[in-house]
Every structure is written in C-alpha cells, then in structure tokens.
Design a protein around this ligand. Structure first.
Ligand code: CTP
Length: 212
C-alpha cells in the first residue's frame, strides 16, 4: 500500500525571526513511517521542522507552515491508500507575515490571527483513503478522540494524554487509546512509539482488507 504520513509541528511566521509553533518533535510520525516501510509499504513522510533522521527507504518532504503541509499532502495524496496525520498542525497563523523584522516599537500588543485549513477535513473521504488522525489532549482522551473521529470522518483516532508521564511530546514511549467510528475504544498499555506505530500500520492493513 502507499502511506502518506505527516509529522512534527508547523511554524507560522510573524516576521522572519518570530513564529508560532508547538513542542512536537515528530517522533510518533517518524515511527509510523519506519514501521510502514518495514512492513513493505511505499511511504511518503511530510515533516515540519524537526531534527530527526529520515527512516531508510522513506521518501521525505520537508515543510514549514500548515498551508505548505496541506499543499504537499494534496500533491502526494492522489495515489495514496492511507493518510496518517500525526503532525501537530498549528490551528492559527498570523493574519500578516512581515517581510522584515518588526521592531518592538512598531508591534502592537495584539496579534491578529486567522484559522489555518484543517488538512484531514480537506482531504476528501470519497476516494476511499483510509484516514487516521491523532488527538493530543490534556486529560482523558477517549471522548475528544471520539468527537474528532465523527467530525472528521476518520477510520481511526489515536488519542493520548500529553500530561501523562511517558506520553506526549519528546518521549520515546506513548500510552494511547484507539477510537473507531463504531464507538469502539481500545486502551493500550504504555509502549514504545515504534510499537504504537506498528499497531497503527496493522490497523490500516486490516482495514484495507475489510477486516476492521
Ligand atoms: N489536524 C489537521 N489540520 C489542522 C489541525 C489538525 O489535519 N489544521 C489533524 C491533526 O494532525 C490530528 C487531528 O487533526 O491528526 C486532530 O488534531 P487536533 O489539533 O487534536 O484537533 P483539532 O481539530 O485542532 O481540534 P481541537 O482544537 O478542538 O482539539
């Protein structure tokens, strides 16, 4: 199968020296790319600014902003079977990005923001792509994951509580909950991000064979 995986944060620039972003390191997405490739799939990895090595055999495209990420996803999705959105996409961007460094004196205390496009929602459901999303929450993720699964029409949402020890940003482990549109909730024990990634890949494989 052909997997498209997004990873890492996006950066939304205010001027050439300032941006809005989040603490995502890209580890979960790189693990999904590695696991999918190891299982024999064709993998395109679209990465925000991260400092990780590309897994062997994976085609990587680097992006900066949410809009860049959407553009690249749209380009590569045409022949894809699975889209795994692990990226922590910034929900807003500054309404204007200055072309030169803004001086303190000329900046106001209020930053005008506009909504970024929702990449998962934008990619059409009709083509039969298996779309998998993440829900990074502070607190029990199952209810939020179920809402995102319904609202975005996803095959699977992988929820985690980023405040829990061993889970979330920058760790090598994760404790996740798999939520599917039929309301099924599967809480997995704390495991390596690579082990979580293998579960996600095998979910997609079973789903493609009509077994999920
Ligand atoms: N996502 C996306 N495009 C965005 C924001 C998020 O495709 N602009 C994807 C993420 O990659 C993730 C899923 O949607 O797989 C859920 O992201 P999250 O930020 O948790 O959800 P939001 O839709 O932003 O919802 P909320 O702010 O209500 O938590």
């Amino acid at each position: 199968m052909k997997f498209v995986v997004t990873a890492g944060p996006t950066r939304e620039f205010i001027d050439p020296v300032r941006f809005l972003s989040n603490p995502s390191t890209g580890r979960m997405g790189f693990a999904v790319a590695r696991a999918a490739r190891a299982a024999g799939h064709d993998v395109t990895l679209i990465a925000g600014p991260v400092s990780l090595k590309t897994p062997p055999g994976v085609m990587r495209i680097d992006v900066v902003s949410a809009r860049d990420m959407l553009r690249v996803v749209r380009t590569v999705i045409a022949r894809a079977d699975v889209l795994v959105m692990t990226a922590a996409v910034a929900d807003w961007r500054p309404a204007h990005c200055a072309s030169r460094k803004l001086k303190k004196m000329e900046m106001s205390d209020t930053l005008h923001l506009v909504r970024n496009p929702d990449i998962l929602k934008t990619i059409s459901r009709q083509r039969g792509i298996i779309r998998i999303g993440f829900a990074a929450e502070t607190g029990t993720p199952a209810a939020e994951a179920a809402r995102k699964c319904r609202e975005k029409g996803l095959a699977l949402v992988v929820g985690n509580d980023v405040t829990e020890p061993g889970s979330g940003f920058g760790t090598d482990t994760n404790r996740v909950t798999f939520v599917t549109p039929d309301g099924n909730v599967q809480r997995l024990p704390l495991m390596s991000k690579l082990a979580v990634a293998r579960r996600i890949v095998s979910f997609a494989e079973r789903r493609a064979k009509g077994k999920e």
